[in-house]
Design a protein around this ligand. Structure first.
Ligand code: C2E
Ligand code: CA
Ligand code: CA
Ligand code: CA
Length: 279
């Protein structure tokens, strides 16, 4: 906003006022969204691309706004984080994901796991390991059924706290995925220091793999490195057959992306499951 010369709209510009007003409205509506049951989880399959079978799913939040329709998480999760609403939303995500796991088990899908996204601001007090364990045990779910996805940023803010939080979860058998891998700093040292089980290669690298040989080399290096560390890899953003073939060739174990399915509501997931069964 700091532009010099010409008209001076540094202190007042109608669009700035409008943006602030929008933001206030969004905040208030988000506050009510949970109790009005406007939040939903969508589910996107994670596929074992070596064995051609469905392995699990990632839960991705959606806000079905009464006027604006589907609001994507990138438009409201940052607001939820800044206002602290993420604590409440995060617990709702945990409970809803566990309900879904229980539902799949009733349908005979004991093999499916579900991963949920956890914001840095939820760690450690917003999502204490005891609350996670409780949500699982209340439904007699094994800890292996749930995965928590975190990003490097989480580990950067308060390392000691983050490490304790991670260790407590790992001790009881809950797996941790390191999301958006390759986009931040010091990724390598974090992998050594923090007890994560799996790395998710960011979709930006997968997207350009076909055209960009340096992206291809990067993905290949990540796959090789994680393997030598005894970690699993999920490649996200797999959109076509060519990317899938490259990833398979590199020995990538898991893939996720529009090529298999977009994130879908719970009710549509069994149809997706059936389609993937015939891979
Ligand atoms: P993310 O965790 O990195 O999730 C992957 C995003 O990539 C999702 O966007 C997903 O819909 C999208 N995606 C999946 N496959 C493809 C593909 O083949 N191509 C492309 N271009 N995109 C693909 P989405 O659902 O809009 O979520 C955006 C971000 O919002 C997530 O990024 C995550 O950081 C955050 N988020 C989503 N749900 C939650 C939640 O329950 N809690 C928190 N704290 N954050 C969440
Ligand atoms: Ca994720
Ligand atoms: Ca990601
Ligand atoms: Ca992300």
């Amino acid at each position: 906003v700091k532009r010099s010369g010409g008209r001076d709209y540094q202190f007042f510009h109608p669009s700035m006022a409008a943006a602030a007003e929008n933001r206030r409205r969004l905040e208030n509506e988000l506050r009510l969204a949970a109790e009005r049951q406007e939040l939903r989880l969508f589910y996107q399959p994670i596929v074992d691309i070596q064995q051609n079978r469905l392995a699990g799913a990632e839960a991705l939040i959606r806000w079905v706004h009464p006027q604006q329709g589907m609001v994507p998480p990138d438009d409201f999760i940052p607001v939820a984080e800044e206002t602290g609403l993420i604590q409440e939303i995060g617990l709702w995500v945990l409970e809803t994901a566990c309900d879904q796991l229980q539902q799949w088990r009733r349908e005979g899908r004991e093999d499916l796991y579900l991963s949920i996204n956890v914001s840095g601001s939820q760690i450690p007090h917003g999502l204490p390991p005891s609350a996670v364990m409780e949500a699982l045990s209340r439904r007699s779910l094994p800890p292996g059924a749930l995965v928590l996805e975190i990003t490097e940023g989480v580990l950067m803010s308060d390392m000691k706290q983050a490490l304790e939080w991670l260790q407590a979860l790992r001790q009881v058998g809950i797996r941790i995925y390191l999301d958006d891998f390759g986009t931040g700093y010091s990724s390598l040292s974090y992998l050594k220091r923090f007890p994560v089980t799996t790395v998710k290669v960011d979709k930006s690298f997968v997207r350009d793999m076909g055209q960009d040989s340096s992206d291809r080399a990067l993905v290949e290096a990540i796959v090789a490195m994680t393997r030598s560390l005894g970690l699993e890899v999920v490649a996200e953003g797999v959109e076509n057959e060519a990317q899938l073939a490259l990833l398979r060739g590199m020995g990538t174990r898991y893939g996720q992306g529009y090529h298999f399915s977009r994130p879908v509501p719970a009710g549509d997931f069994s149809a997706v499951t059936e389609r993937l069964e015939t891979l």
